[in-house]
Ligand binder design. Structure first.
Ligand code: PEP
Ligand code: MG
Length: 327
């Protein structure tokens, strides 16, 4: 099976009717970026920068961060590299950051919320990112945005960082895109408003499912309730894509769902523009794309979510659909 898939590592993602779908990689550092490049990724859809912070015993300096971002941008000099500002909190505690101890950490001061309370940390990271931006095509992405206010507040820190660098005579690329993750239901519901100001969206389906279903993503006692195939999650994905497209913005999905081959055809029907995943899934996803046309009635949103209505039924139907297509 792997042998038959190998040619796809040299090709870009494309649907049967010739629409280009960028297949990007999720990474946690420089070594992952090199592996992703070899596996045929078209750029990076998610660099989880908190891993840099978690592996260190103190906050990495601006210089140290800049070197890492530069290296990843240079690995993909011809494609977009999406770097997420650090997503600490929730299940990811960082000892030296003196983070608050909370009863409900997933509903607490995590990700962009923590960064907006500790703006000096965010600014240091944004300066490092802007300094690295001249080495490739950088996209900066904020995690856990719940509404337009947080996006604007983070962008104000970004503007300060830009101004500082300008004053210091340090060059910054003028094509840096700034977007956000859609992983809180409120952001999906307000997607149209956010799309007016953001350059792109990326759906964090792991958290979006956790928060929509009210199911802790790491709790085995309720894991049977955690499914992205639930019509409520699919509806929020659809709202996100429709809201973005109204303003001509692209939507990627970088949670596990983006690399789930059972979902690939459905994600095309939902209108996703890019998919980001663990490199292991890329060839199979590209193959499925090559035999998929967004307009096929078997995978239509109305059919799958309005006529079927139950997650298990939707999954069964998609399984049969793949078998019928010999996929
Ligand atoms: C997600 O929530 O889907 C996501 C990609 O972010 P993380 O898994 O790092 O929380
Ligand atoms: Mg997340």
């Amino acid at each position: 099976l792997r042998k038959g898939l190998e040619p796809f590592s040299k090709q870009l993602g494309k649907t049967e009717d010739g629409q280009h779908i960028a297949i990007r990689a999720n990474i946690g550092g420089i070594a992952d970026a090199k592996r992703a490049k070899e596996a045929g990724a078209e750029g990076i859809g998610l660099f989880r920068t908190e891993f840099l912070f978690m592996e260190a015993s103190r906050m990495p300096s601006e210089e140290e961060q800049m070197e890492v971002y530069k290296s990843v941008l240079e690995t993909f000099s011809d494609a977009k590299v999406t770097i997420r500002t650090f997503d600490a909190g929730g299940d990811k505690q960082i000892e030296y950051l003196d983070m608050p101890i909370e009863t409900n950490p997933f509903l607490g001061c995590r990700a962009i919320r923590f960064c907006l309370k500790r703006k000096e940390l965010l600014k240091k990271q944004l300066r490092a990112l802007l300094r690295a931006s001249v080495y490739g095509h950088l996209r900066i992405m904020y995690p856990m945005i719940s509404g337009i206010g947080e996006f604007r507040e983070a962008n104000a820190v970004l503007e300060e960082a830009k101004q500082e660098l300008k004053d210091e005579g340090i060059p910054v690329a003028d094509d840096v895109e700034v977007g956000l993750m859609i992983e809180v239901p409120s952001a999906a519901l307000c997607a149209e408003t956010l799309a007016k100001e953001a350059d792109f969206f990326s759906i964090g389906s792991n958290d979006l499912t956790q928060y929509t279903m009210a199911v802790d993503r790491d709790n085995p006692n309720v894991s049977e309730l955690f499914t992205e195939f639930h019509p409520a999650v699919l509806k929020l994905i659809k709202m996100t894509v429709d809201g973005a497209h109204k303003h001509g913005k692209h939507v990627c999905i970088c949670g596990e769902f983006g690399g789930n081959t059972l979902a690939t055809r459905l994600l095309m029907a939902l209108g996703l523009d890019e998919l980001s995943m663990n490199p292991n899934s890329m060839n199979r996803v590209k193959k499925i794309l090559s035999l998929t046309n967004r307009e096929e009635p078997e995978i239509s949103y109305t059919y799958l979510t309005e006529e079927l209505s139950d997650a298990e039924e939707i999954k069964e139907t998609l399984k049969e659909d793949l078998i019928k297509k010999n996929l």
